[in-house]
Design a protein around this ligand. Structure first.
Ligand code: DX5
Ligand code: ZN
Length: 212
């Protein structure tokens, strides 16, 4: 099974985003992970719709948008219109997850559902046959550069055993050349990495080490 690497621009240079995304593209990444935070669902504020719109104009990378926001249903249309290829929302933030999933897919794009470290995988079982992706957070969402929480990785096989073969299982938080192998050996096939890639002296090598 091939691994999808999704570099998180949270650790990129925001004054030179186009340059940085071309570096990860040249290194072989096909996806780009965009962390949207609202200062309510998580204690941090990052970027919003205009950034996705601007990135869409300069790249053909698959735009993987991770919404860490309350009331995600209010923002599906603007993020879809901005050019997202996948929108992942948090299960904990949605009153009606099934409705958010169909709202996203109605725009002809992929839908993902994410769980925080303290949410049990069983809670999202009802959605596994409808979503395209499950994002297992391996840190508390909110900041880049945190350490991988090992216990979270045990959710991967639980989800895999209860999901259709086609489901993409993504991990996000503290992913590097060591923790990536733990996750892929347990069944994850998409790796988000921010600081490991963008804070590295050799972006090309960092992306390659996750791809292989
Ligand atoms: C954290 C974000 C992550 C973050 C990962 O809330 O969802 O995508 O950028 O950063 P690293 O790879 O540095 O842990
Ligand atoms: Zn993320």
């Amino acid at each position: 099974m091939s691994i999808i690497v999704s570099p998180s621009i949270l650790s990129a240079d925001f004054a030179n985003l186009e340059r940085d995304i071309n570096l990860v593209k040249d290194a072989g990444a096909k996806w780009l992970h965009i962390d949207v935070m609202d200062g309510h669902f998580v204690p941090n504020i990052t970027i919003g719709v205009p950034v996705v719109k601007s990135l869409r104009k300069v790249t053909d990378l698959f735009l993987d948008v991770h919404l860490m926001i309350e009331n995600p249903e209010k923002f599906i249309k603007p993020f879809a219109d901005a050019g997202s290829d996948l929108i992942t929302f948090h299960y904990e933030a949605a009153k009606k997850p099934a409705e958010v999933i169909s709202m996203i897919q109605d725009f002809g794009i992929k839908a993902g559902i994410s769980i925080k470290p303290n949410t049990q995988p069983e809670e999202i079982f009802p959605y596994l046959s409808n979503v395209d992706l499950v994002l297992v957070m391996t840190v508390e969402p909110g900041f880049g550069g945190q350490s991988f929480i090992h216990e979270c990785a045990s959710k991967i096989p639980v989800i895999k055993e209860n999901a259709p073969e086609s489901l993409i299982i993504q991990v996000d938080g503290g992913i590097n050349n060591v923790t990536s192998k733990i996750c892929t050996s347990l069944g994850a096939n998409s790796l988000v990495a921010g600081s490991y890639i963008f804070n590295s002296d050799n972006i090309n090598k960092a992306v390659q080490s996750l791809l292989n």
